[in-house]
Design a binder for this molecule. Sequence first.
Ligand code: NCD
Length: 305
Amino acid sequence: MKHILSANQFNKDDLEKILARAEVMEKQCKTGKIEKLLENKIVACIFFEPSTRTRLSFETAALKLGAQVISAENAMGNSSTYKGETIEDTTRMLCSYADIIVIRHPKAGTLDLAARVATKPLINAGDGINQHPSQGLLDVYTIKKEHGRLNNLNVVFGGDLLNSRTMRALVPFLRFYEGNTFYFVSPKELALPREYRNELKEKGISFKEMENLKEVLPVVDVLYMTRVQKERFANNADYEKVKNLFILKFQDLKNLKKDVIIMHALPKVNEIDQQIDTDPRAAYFRQAQNGLYVRMALLLYVLNL
Ligand code: NCD
């Protein structure tokens, strides 16, 4: 049985298989001729944290493939978790109803606990600051589609790198390809956590850390901006101190390459000037759209279809 728990679980072949399937899904969506390969299947989308794109694109993906969907959009407050049920017990029950279980949870490692008792494939839709593999997959799909390649790219991650699970889900995929250089750019307060920095070093990934975007703007091919993760701060005062420290300004555009892509997992709050949204280099809405095709491919992948 296949669970999708982390971007780190994939090899290059798995990745390329999913990307190729996502391309087929995109074509089928565009022609309106979608094979209903999930007919008679049920997909459960259980979200213990807010979501717009991830949950709704998984649900749309399931429906387009002919599956039916059961869903808890506020599982922290509206499921039996509120009464004190463990994630293991909740998972056991979900597996007795549905064929695929998609879960988002604020606590890192929760999906690993769930996987120990799951009898149906689980998909991690984000667990705390840890992982968000379907996002990593749609991001790499987007880079390939926009740039036509996945190698020899200067990739800049900017913003809240202390708490970004989307960054942690994209780096492992880009590592499969040669000549990619990683830059981690953030204010000191939001820099990579020490344990993650050590992990990158242990894996032999070379990277540079800096505090300011200025010197990388002229060389960057993929500028991956992140939201300051308000919900991960111990208190609001700490968040207020850092929330506006890192912003991509409209005037920065003139220093960027003509073919750079500006990415963001969304939602964005204040970290990208709104005027940038209509620049063709802003890829984030196209990126979110790609999530549908990639999640269709992923639902088929976990059922070996
Ligand atoms: C991201 C997430 O939840 O980690 N959003 C998403 O899934 N599209 C990024 C974020 O919330 O900042």
